[in-house]
Design a protein around this ligand. Structure first.
Ligand SMILES: [Zn+2]
Length: 207
């Protein structure tokens, strides 16, 4: 099964994608994770996208499309995949349609206030990249997995979040209509607890 996770930054796409790939036994393709890994390892791609991402801007379509394309032709994607963070614009969606037949597009619908609270509460491990939320870990400053230092990503500050929400409205929101017209859109209320959201998604894709 080939799925796309759609939703504003902080809608819980990443969290849900991780659970869904366990259920479907397909790879989780997160463009954000691919970019951050490259930035941590200072690869040519990482160096190229570092400033763009830390300023909260969108990585240019041609770079993102190329990276996703290269990832999706790997053998583990033959049975399917869950895309998280891609497509983020109409040109990206059109490019993806020319390469793969998508089964469902899960749209996580969430209030902006909730997005802001979730995102600004995010803490990321400097060493392994695992993300935590202060609503769950309190004032903890080290990673529960590896002991690495937790920090606030520059793209998780309030200013950056507001900017990304605006960018989402402008560039990504039109995809909701785009996939609704194709009859692939599944709307999920993502204001709920993650477990409830997950159950609603599984119910919808079982049909
Ligand atoms: Zn860690």
């Amino acid at each position: 099964m080939k799925l796309i996770m759609l939703g504003a930054p902080g809608s819980g796409k990443g969290t849900q994608a991780k659970k869904i790939v366990e259920y479907l036994k397909v790879p989780h393709i997160s463009t954000g994770e691919i970019f951050r890994k490259n930035m941590r390892e200072n690869t040519p791609l990482g160096i190229k996208v570092k400033d763009i991402i830390s300023e909260g801007r969108l990585v240019p379509d041609d770079i993102t499309i190329q990276i996703v394309h290269e990832r999706l032709i790997e053998p583990d994607c033959k049975k399917g995949f869950v895309l998280d963070g891609f497509p983020r614009s109409l040109p990206q969606a059109v490019a993806l349609d020319s390469l793969h037949k998508i089964d469902y597009v899960i749209n996580l619908d969430v209030e902006n206030e909730i997005v802001i609270a979730r995102t600004t509460g995010r803490r990321t491990c400097k060493t392994c990249g695992t993300m935590f939320n202060i609503h769950e870990i309190g004032g903890e400053i080290v990673c529960a997995k590896c002991g690495g230092e937790l920090y606030i990503r520059t793209d998780d500050t309030l200013e950056a979040v507001l900017e990304r929400l605006e960018m989402y409205e402008e560039k990504t929101r039109p995809l909701v209509q785009y996939y609704a017209k194709q009859g692939k859109l599944v709307n999920i209320n993502a204001d709920n607890e993650p477990d409830k959201v997950y159950k609603a998604i599984i119910e919808a894709i079982k049909k």
